[in-house]
Ligand binder design. Sequence first.
Ligand SMILES: *Cc1c(COP(=O)(O)O)cnc(C)c1O
Length: 496
Amino acid sequence: MEKNYTSTRNTSIQALPKQAILEGLASDGGLYVYDDIDQITLPLSDMMKMSYSEMAQVVLRALLFDFTNDEVNTCVKQAYEGKFDDGCITPLVKSGNDHILELFHGPTSAFKDIGLQMLPQLMSVALRDQKDQSVMILTATSGDTGKAALAGFEDVKRVGITVFYPDHGVSEMQRLQMVTQQGKNTCVCALHGNFDDAQSGVKEIFHNAAFQEAFAKQGVVFSSANSINIGRLIPQIVYYFYAYKVMVEQGDIAFGDEVNFCVPTGNFGNVLAGYYAKMMGLPVHRFLVASNANHVLYDFLTTGVYDRNRPFHKTISPSMDILISSNLERLLYYMSGKDADYIAELMNDLATKGQYTLRSDVLQRIQSLFYAGYATDSDCIHAIQTKFKSDGYVLDPHTAVGYHVLKQYETQDHAHQSVLLSTASPYKFSKHVYQALFHETDEDAFAVMEKLEKQTGILAPKGLKELKNLAVRHTHVIEPSQMEAFVENQTKGILL
Ligand SMILES: *Cc1c(COP(=O)(O)O)cnc(C)c1O
């Protein structure tokens, strides 16, 4: 039997991994899932001796079944070798009693590099089988995805990339990282609106059949670098295994013990990759889903009602300022017993009414594995202060949201060790971090970065310091209603 990925909303829509990677989203708007992922068993005890790259090869080979071993190995090498400032790729740091998995050692200093250094490699391989095709990547970003995608796709042949970000909705460092992006095939555009406006605009373009067809005739397909793409999601499974390996190696747990993972969450991609790791055999007790003041996920996981009709809050953890958590759809698919009709119904409710209510049996199943919590901005600031005071460790605001939720959860679970996923370098958000720790600030983002270095003794990533000397290359600002025309122009300019 041929193995295929299928749409969460219709199992008759099928694709092999390469095609799923090129498409991003399934043609009915569903997300590609692999039904038998829970039948895959990885050689867990062998993996306890592997390097990050070796583990990545094992995980990718298991899920990308139309890639040859050579193709996978080359992709892993090109994605990670020499690109990260730590040889472990994702080092697990022990700080006080906490285990912190630092996912921010890639070129853009946020965890999105893990997926987005890999996705372009996978896409290039997939394009080899499609001789006359080019791809335009369209991405909405709440800050970190955009830069990580731009860095990953810069000057990749037969690929263009257009990134939309909410004007005034990202940190100064995040903005500078994007607008200084090099590469003949890259384009960055600010939007008068929030992240959800940007994401909805991109989704609308994907749903516009006439628009797609017109470009398809000229050999251009549109794809996404958002975490709905399996080519970005799958690489993220690896660091869950890697963290487990280091815990065993250091004697923090015995092989086979279950652990918890606490994940600062927005679009649900990161924590979903953890769930995939569990389905593939990783011993996990609980996933702690940490949200900020936009706690639509907390409300959903505690009540079963997903309701996006609510005010949108701008917080100091902007990469988690999200009201529609796209990858949740994949969790619902597996937790409902792979019931695509049911998922189609829920997503239709979400699209038409802005909300849906989950069946109670499905909710209970989810609740037995996922704990939810949230932190307000003041909880988050308090967490940054507490952790620095007790252990001299500097948390970025997103990781601090996770820290707050982890401390809440730890009062009720003394039996398991937990790993906190750190999703960004504090230097990407120097102003808020410095303000939290030293109660003053500076208008100049680079001055604050230097002060933070001096006062904490922790060095800022080189890539962020160097931004100061780069010229701004991208200055577009548009309304959401202009997105389609903008994409049309860019696509013609870059690919045709
Ligand atoms: C994207 C991002 C998140 C949220 O991750 P999801 O996969 O969308 O849940 C959290 N923290 C940072 C720093 C991010 O960039």
